[in-house]
Design a protein. Structure first.
Ligand SMILES: Nc1ncnc2c1ncn2[C@@H]1O[C@H](COP(=O)(O)OP(=O)(O)OP(=O)(O)O)[C@@H](O)[C@H]1O
Ligand SMILES: O=C(CO)[C@H](O)[C@H](O)COP(=O)(O)O
Length: 334
């Protein structure tokens, strides 16, 4: 940590395992800097260790396997500027290790399966995102990672995903109702019966009416836009690229929707898309493209997943700047 924060800004990053949360956190570090930001992984609040879960048949996704009272007390304490003694869940051993000291920081990110599940924890968050990856894409990503990097067999990966599904639908997925931004990753509409899942359709749902959050839009705020940017200024090989902007109702609330279907052939050309977006919360024209280019090696940098992850990060930075400026103003008035 650099200096003692006047105001701790709390960010929630929710989603199932293997949905791109770690990649997103790396993008947040690019924006805030490692020193300025502390990440709390909510797996550390598992109250049942691996053996206990196996014995009881309760999964880690089930609230009964997690200590929400402690989670709330400790996140609240951090937000109030206090140091906490946080438990640690050890993924290597499956055991709960002795706790560690965590100091408050300017930005505290709470990431994992349940940041929006408990009403008390949720109410502490200043900004939140939910990673909503469709089953088809989740399976493709998990199979690619677990087979290539962890030596798992195809059938085992599939069985693991299926065994988590009932609790995922009961306890994890419903949290998307409460997120300020939902990033949906779906199969492309550009290829009929695509099975490779390399080309993706990505949607960024931005909550309307949240104080200080101005959703990004394409061309004209409030309109419905379908845009095919391929041509002289954007190189698109097969199957091309399609953008959409419009409004929708999501869990009974208005959201602004931005969508990118397809992939970028040349990342430098993303600037062309960026210049047609407004309310991006960038500090200069081209910053979004620059941030993408900075880590072109991250998964998804060449499609809507990377693009919208960066845009969501910029919205979080804007929230941080607004909240800390407000705090500073109040301090001057006192
Ligand atoms: N945008 C993307 N495009 C393609 N593959 C991706 C993308 N994001 C993530 N993946 C794949 O999914 C894997 C998991 O991503 P990541 O580690 O960011 O997710 P996570 O939610 O933090 O997972 P875990 O909780 O299991 O650590 C990556 O190794 C990569 O194979
Ligand atoms: O969904 C998860 C969050 O990352 C894990 O499955 C959960 O934390 C249990 O971990 P492990 O499988 O290592 O015991």
């Amino acid at each position: 940590m650099t200096t003692k924060p006047e105001r701790v800004v709390l960010i929630g990053v929710a989603g199932d395992s293997g949905c791109g949360k770690s990649t997103f956190l790396r993008r947040l570090i690019d924006l805030f800097g490692e020193e300025f930001m502390t990440v709390i992984c909510l797996d550390d609040y598992h109250s049942l260790d691996r053996k206990q879960r196996k014995e009881t048949g309760i999964t880690a996704l089930d609230p009964r396997a997690n200590n929400f009272d402690l989670m709330y007390e400790q996140i609240k304490a951090l937000k109030e500027g206090q140091t906490i003694n946080k438990p640690i869940y050890n993924h290597e051993t499956g055991l709960i290790d002795p706790p560690e000291i965590v100091k408050p920081n300017h930005i505290v990110v709470v990431e994992g399966l349940h940041p929006l599940y408990d009403e008390r924890v949720r109410s502490l968050l200043d900004f939140s995102v939910y990673f909503d990856i469709s089953d088809e894409v989740k399976i493709a990503w998990k199979i690619q990672r677990d087979m290539a990097e962890r030596g798992h067999r195809y059938e085992d990966v599939l069985a693991a995903i299926n065994s988590r599904k009932p609790d995922f639908q009961k306890y994890i997925e419903p949290q998307r109702e409460f997120a300020d931004v939902v990033l949906q990753v779906l199969p492309t509409n550009l290829i009929k019966d695509d099975t490779e899942r390399k080309v993706l359709r990505v949607r960024m749902l931005q909550r309307e009416g949240k104080e200080g959050f101005e959703p990004a839009y394409l061309f004209d705020e409030g309109s419905t836009i379908n845009w095919t940017p391929c041509g002289r200024k954007l190189t698109c090989s097969y199957p091309g690229m399609q953008l959409y902007y419009g409004s929708d109702v999501y869990y009974g609330r208005y959201v602004s929707v931005l969508e990118v279907d397809g992939q970028f052939d040349n990342l430098e050309e993303v600037i062309y898309i960026e210049t047609h977006l407004s309310n991006t919360s960038t500090k200069y024209q081209g910053e979004l493209t620059q941030l993408l280019l900075q880590h072109r090696e991250y998964p998804g940098s060449n499609n809507g997943t990377g693009f919208f992850q960066v845009l969501t990060g910029l919205k979080m930075r804007a929230a941080y700047e607004r909240l800390t400026a407000k705090e500073a103003k109040l301090a001057v008035q006192v």
